[in-house]
Every structure is written in C-alpha cells, then in structure tokens.
Ligand binder design. Structure first.
Ligand SMILES: [Zn+2]
Length: 272
C-alpha cells in the first residue's frame, strides 16, 4: 500500500555554512527518500535553517550585519551545496519565516487560552558591557561544588555537578570578561508539567501511531519528567521558536492534526 511519508533531518544552525557532517547526513536521508519514492510512496522531504539564537546574533554583530541580513546570506549559500550533492529536498525554508511566526503565535495563543502559559519575573545574569542577558554558555566561573576554575554556567566538567548559573563563584562573561550583574526580567513559562500535557502526548502517540514503538516508549518515559520551562528570551535575543514548526507548513495534514489536537487540549483544559 502506498504510504505518505514526512522526512526531515536535523536543521542546520544558521551561524555558518554547511559542512561535511551536514552533507553526510543529507546524503544518507536522500538515499532513503529516493528508495521510498522508487517503491511508489509519496515522500515530503524538507529542511530549513535554524535561524534564531544568541550565537547568530553574535556572529552577525562580528560581521557588522543585521541578524536578518546575516541569516539571509547563509541561506543563499545553501543551494550550491544541496544541488552540488544532488540532494532532493522538496523545500528548504527557515525558522525565521512568516509561516513559522504565524504558527508559533497561534500555538502560543491557544496555550495561553488554556491557561498553560503564565508569566513570572526571574533574575538572570546580565553583561553590563555588552548590554545583554547571558545564556549559561556565556558565563564561566568557579564550580560551587569542587572549586574548579573556568566552568560553564550550568554544569562542571570536572565533577559533573549541575547547578544554576547564579551559584558560580567569581562569575564572568565570556563575551566581555565583565562581572555579570543580576537583573530581573519577565518571562513566559509553558506548564509542560501539567497532567493535561502528558495525557495529550499519550493520546496523540496512541491515536496516530506517530512514532515507532521504541521511540514512542522513550517519549513516554520522558513525558513523565516534563517540567515547566521558559519559552521566551530577554531582548535583544528573539523569542524561542520551535524549529519544527516551519516544516509543519510543508505538510498540511500534520499541521492540521497538530492544530486540531491543540484546540482539543485547549477545550478540555477550559472545561476542566
Ligand atoms: Zn565541579
């Protein structure tokens, strides 16, 4: 029986050109896609640039370009490699697209209406020289457990301890070397720990057989450990967007199914 398949690869980060590791992955996926097409199946094979985040902002600044101009240039450079290696993506897009913006906002509004999103002020390290809040990877200091120097803001490579960046001793910004200061800002949090989210995931996996069994079992194990997470970043970084959403647009049935499930979740939550 002919099947309709959705195939994608890890989205390359738009802070640099494609390298041999990317191409190797795409060639493997491409062989599989061609085989499925020869078997008479319909395959949607799509890829996109992952175009958001602090590393892109910093790379653009270094190149004296706006982040938008920087990622546009990176994207323009993709074609020659994809064509050169005969990789048959049906569509190559970007997480920085109007479709992704519309979908992300739609999902956000539905979750907000279902009371699964709330705001809270939190304290974070801020680089007074660069004038920006610092992600954990841009903060280093002494491990609060073993005292090892030059450890990142989230974990110690020496003793494997995990800690919040605020626990580091003598912290410094890896961007400017300045001592970061604590500053508070408001963030939006997604209550992934809500039992409704776990139930939604279980039902979705069950109803659509969306994943093969080992993968589905792994997801269910993880579902039990879902925690509330921040889904915004302080300016000047952009709001975190789900990279997968840009691809959803290439496959309307999945997008509609997702929207349907989200509205189902919203309804259930509002009724509860
Ligand atoms: Zn340590």
């Amino acid at each position: 029986m002919p099947r309709t398949l959705f195939v994608t690869t890890a989205l390359p980060y738009a802070n640099g050109p494609l390298h041999i590791g990317h191409i190797m992955e795409y060639i493997q996926a491409d062989i599989w896609v061609r085989f499925q097409r020869m078997q008479g199946h319909t395959v949607h094979f799509v890829g996109a640039d992952d175009a958001h985040g602090a590393p892109i902002m910093l790379a653009a600044e270094k190149a004296a370009k706006s982040p938008e101009a920087f990622i546009a240039e990176i994207q323009r450079g993709r074609r020659q490699y994809l064509d050169g290696f005969h990789i048959s993506f049906d569509n190559w897009h970007s997480t920085h697209s109007p479709e992704n913006t519309a979908l992300s906002q739609d999902i956000y509004r539905r979750l907000k209406a279902a009371a699964l999103v709330y705001t809270k002020r939190i304290e974070q390290f801020f680089d007074p020289v660069k004038g920006m809040f610092l992600a954990d990877r841009y903060i280093k200091g002494e491990c609060p457990v073993c005292g090892a120097k030059d450890q990142y803001g989230d974990a110690c490579e020496n003793c494997s301890s995990v800690y919040p960046a605020t626990a580091l001793k003598n912290p410094y910004s890896t961007l400017s070397g300045a001592t970061p200061v604590l500053k508070s800002s408001e963030h939006h949090f997604f209550k992934l720990s809500d039992p409704n989210c776990k139930r939604f995931l279980e039902e979705w996996l069950d109803r659509y057989g969306a994943l093969r069994r080992p993968a589905a079992e792994r997801v269910m194990t993880l579902a039990g450990r879902l925690t509330t997470m921040a889904v915004t970043r302080s300016a000047p970084q952009r709001a975190l967007r789900n990279a997968a959403l840009s691809i959803m647009d290439a496959l309307p049935p999945v997008k509609d199914r997702l929207a349907m499930n989200l509205s189902g979740l919203a309804r259930r939550d509002l009724a509860a």
